[in-house]
Write a protein that binds this ligand. Structure first.
Ligand code: HEM
Length: 224
């Protein structure tokens, strides 16, 4: 199944860039093509980043373990669109004016935040090879936890740049909150189950658990 799934996901992730190329060749990128390309690539970077965060919850909810093998590729596509997004801004918008770029990063909070997200994506992209995964061992997972702050920065970047209509950044933020909530629930479920099985109260050490409950548990154990 994965043999089909991976090329399919690859083709789906290429559709936005193909759409952009088609728009360019058919001269159909609106009256302000630079703004259009910047917004288009920024949106797709964030959408694909959220898709990469949805892989683990989907896998756990459906039991479809093969899905996990798509995560790295989807994450790399998010970086690809972020790099296109930044290149559009640097090359087409600011014409390699590095002083103006540095000034924007320093002075405009939404650019500062977008730039931080992009910089944080670099270690994830660099360490996504099989060799790096092997070499880093447990530390690889720690590095890849960066995906959460990156997604938060991406949403904040969008929220800060819109002038009036905050609906779209709020929608992206809600999807992110939902995905993080599902992950938190997965993390907490086994802990709560263990607490319940032990008959102790969460957040209290077993010695501090209410005396009545402890005695009932002890009595039951003895009579069993
Ligand atoms: C150095 C890095 C970045 C720069 C300089 C940058 C710059 C920009 C600019 C100039 C715009 C258009 C603002 C406007 O039209 O008013 C924009 C929009 C946007 N950017 Fe970025 N950005 C960066 C990184 C990122 C990253 C990493 C993401 C995603 C994770 C992202 C997501 C977005 C989104 C979603 C939009 C709005 C698109 C829309 O209006 O539909 N940006 N960015």
């Amino acid at each position: 199944m994965l043999i089909c799934l991976k090329p399919l996901a690859f083709i789906i992730c290429l559709i936005p860039v193909a759409q952009l190329a088609y728009g360019y060749y058919s001269d159909n990128l609106t009256a302000n093509p630079i703004e259009y390309i910047t917004r288009f690539t920024g949106s797709w970077s964030l959408i694909i980043l959220l898709a990469s965060l949805a892989v683990t919850p989907l896998r756990r909810l459906t039991g479809w373990n093969e899905l996990i093998k798509l995560r790295r590729m989807i994450g790399l596509f998010a970086f690809f669109y972020a790099a296109l997004h930044f290149s559009t801004y640097m090359v087409l918008d600011l014409d390699f004016d590095f002083a103006a770029i540095a000034k924007d990063i320093w002075k405009r909070p939404y650019i500062t935040v977008g730039f931080s997200a992009l910089v944080l994506m670099i270690p994830l992209a660099v360490t996504s090879t099989a060799g790096m995964i092997r070499r880093l061992g447990k530390r690889w997972q720690q590095v890849h936890y960066l995906v959460y702050p990156i997604a938060m920065l991406g949403v904040l970047h969008f929220y800060w740049l819109v002038k009036a209509d905050i609906r779209r950044p709020v929608q992206y933020g809600s999807v992110l909150a939902l995905l993080l909530g599902i992950r938190l629930a997965f993390r907490l479920t086994p802990i709560v189950k263990t607490w319940r099985a032990k008959g102790s109260t969460p957040l209290l050490p077993s010695s501090a658990a209410p005396r009545g409950r402890k005695e009932v548990g002890a009595g039951t154990e003895r009579s069993a």
